[in-house]
Write a new protein. Structure first.
Length: 276
């Protein structure tokens, strides 16, 4: 009887080392929320402290992405990075920025973001895709329907005092809902079946997957608009419980979307690109 070989969970940095045939040693340690950065790693491996670096993904106004590799104790000066990259301004890549923001918040639920990502990394590509469908696709469809019903209700009830902002939120949410529903259908019926095939992906197959990444950016821009218009889903003081529930459900939807997109862009898709 053949035993399944334990899968080594790899980051994108390790994949690049593999591609360049650069040898390396993986050091593992127990993760904890208060010791997750470069300094925390240096404390666990003091003999490697001088060689602990971290990678930070930035996005410029031009929408180009930049990867900065800095020492574990260092901090980025975004103005200097923008000048070096000849960008008007530059910031953290929005999906990573949002995950970091969510991870820093007091937990409203039992989700352990780092633990969930570690679990997901341990799966094969077909297992990852099946997991995405039965978790994020199902949950987000339910939340989209729930928020749509609540938003339609409060748009009528609170139109007199909050009509302008609610009309804009209603419009942008409708665009996001349509975008995601079409995106899910494309993944489930076209791209994921292609990705579940074994063997090295063809350039055409990779192009299909890359198109999903582009669609993620569109969803991200709509979410940024909704976050701004709702003040990060903070309901006004003079509203009813239904209004508050609508914003709470919308926030839950956005949290799930960001985790969903991060799993695909940073874990599942890179794993697929490197299949042999």
């Amino acid at each position: 009887m053949k035993h399944k070989k334990d899968k080594i969970a790899k980051t994108n940095a390790l994949r690049q080392l593999d591609k360049q045939k650069i040898p390396y040693i993986i050091h593992t340690y127990e993760w904890s929320e208060d010791k997750s950065g470069g300094l925390g790693v240096a404390e666990k491996f003091p003999e490697l402290a001088e060689r602990v670096f971290k990678t930070i993904v930035l996005k410029g106004k031009s929408k180009n992405l930049y990867v900065c590799v800095i020492h574990g104790e260092a901090h980025l000066d975004l103005k200097k990075v923008a000048k070096a990259c000849k960008e008007k301004n530059i910031d953290l890549e929005p999906f990573i920025q949002e995950l970091e923001r969510l991870a820093a918040l007091p937990k409203k639920n039992s989700l352990d973001y780092e633990g969930e990502l570690q679990r997901f990394r341990s799966l094969s590509v077909p297992e990852m895709l099946a997991d995405l469908e039965r978790s994020h696709h199902v949950k987000e469809r339910e939340l989209l329907a729930d928020v749509e019903a609540l938003l339609n209700k409060i748009l009528v009830v609170h139109y007199e005092h909050h009509g302008e902002e609610l009309s804009s939120i209603h419009h942008h949410f409708a665009l996001l809902k349509a975008d995601l529903e079409e995106h899910f259908a494309k993944e489930e019926k076209l791209v994921f079946p292609i990705m579940k095939k074994s063997g090295k992906p063809s350039p055409e197959d990779i192009a299909y997957v890359k198109s999903l990444e582009e669609e993620h950016s569109t969803a991200g821009e709509l979410i940024k608009l909704l976050q701004k218009e709702t003040n990060f889903f903070t309901a006004p003081e003079d509203v009813c419980p239904t209004y508050r529930r609508c914003f709470s459900q919308m926030e839950a939807l956005v949290e799930d979307i960001f985790m969903h997109i991060f799993k695909e862009n940073s874990i599942a898709f890179p794993e697929y690109y490197e299949q042999e």
